[in-house]
Design a protein around this ligand. Structure first.
Ligand code: NAD
Length: 257
């Protein structure tokens, strides 16, 4: 399929899953707007990669998505956006009674509220053009819970709910809204959790990785960022014109248990 002529904004696309999705959309010819907390060097590296793939200039959206409604005026500077991937996210783990309130606020701001603001700001343009794709990176934790992840699980369940409301409001208007719910994907966000587990339990990083996978993900395998990129491309294809409001698990059987 070709996404030539479409512009895609992928939040949090300087690393991990967002970068995998941005690359896959660029490979199909979409013009990319990328975003994240990146050094100038990282920004230049990602820009060059995306431009080579898509054959078009890529734009870096320098927005800190923890800032809530402050991003709304910045969205207006981006021009038309046809594909919005709300991917930026962070994690913090602690028992709920010890959960630092400021971390709760930040996780909710980046993992949930930022998606609302981006949809709120970009939907009118999609409606004017009669076509749009909104893909929200939720998680298996948007469908089931784990201990010590109060803010993350609340935000991801919220994102699944937001996905359904937007899908219902947009039904029949050419704009679809779906959530993708990965289990474990080996990115910096998960590597931090593996390293913390190894240190906490006094085991090797390899053992911690294997334990983390097998505890939740029956396949015993990570999903790759390239596979999630292919999901995003599929959701942008005409095969998915009538797929909306879904929360698609890509989790090696995690939520089948
Ligand atoms: P990552 O840490 O590799 O990447 C996160 C991206 O978000 C980076 O580009 C970072 O710069 C950006 N970001 C962080 N804070 C930001 C802010 N304030 N403003 C703008 N950008 C910001 O993480 P990842 O594992 O690729 O996760 C991407 C998404 O996928 C997240 O929403 C995460 O919850 C979700 N997810 C990840 C996994 C997994 O196993 N890795 C599983 C399920 C869901």
């Amino acid at each position: 399929m070709s996404l030539k002529g479409r512009t895609a904004l992928v939040t949090g696309s300087t690393s991990g899953i967002g970068l995998g999705i941005a690359r896959a959309l660029a490979d199909q010819g979409a013009r990319l707007v990328f975003n994240g907390l990146a050094s100038a060097e990282q920004e230049a590296e990602v820009r060059q990669d995306l431009e080579l793939r898509s054959g078009q200039p890529a734009l870096f959206w320098r927005a800190d998505l923890s800032k809530g409604a402050q991003v709304l005026p910045l969205l207006k500077e981006l021009g038309p956006v046809d594909i919005l991937v709300n991917n930026a996210g962070i994690q913090h783990t602690a028992p709920v009674e010890e959960f630092p309130p400021e971390r709760w606020e930040t996780v909710l701001a980046i993992n949930l509220s930022a998606a609302f603001y981006a949809i709120h700001g970009l939907l009118p343009g999609m409606n004017e053009r009669g076509w749009g794709r909104i893909i929200n990176l939720a998680s298996a934790h948007g469908l089931v819970a784990s201990i010590h992840k109060a803010a993350y699980v609340a935000a991801k369940h919220g994102l699944v709910g937001l996905t359904k409301v937007v899908a219902l409001e947009q039904a029949g208007k050419g704009v679809t809204c779906n959530a993708v719910c990965p289990g474990w994907v080996l990115t910096p966000l998960v590597q931090q959790q593996i390293d913390a587990r190894a240190a906490r339990e006094g085991i090797s990083v390899a053992q911690a990785q294997s334990d983390l996978l097998l505890e939740k993900q029956p396949s015993g395998q990570f999903t790759s960022v390239e596979q999630l990129g292919q999901w995003a491309v599929f959701l942008c294809s005409s095969a998915c014109d009538n797929v909306t409001g879904t929360s698609l698990p890509v989790d090696g059987g995690w939520t089948a248990r």
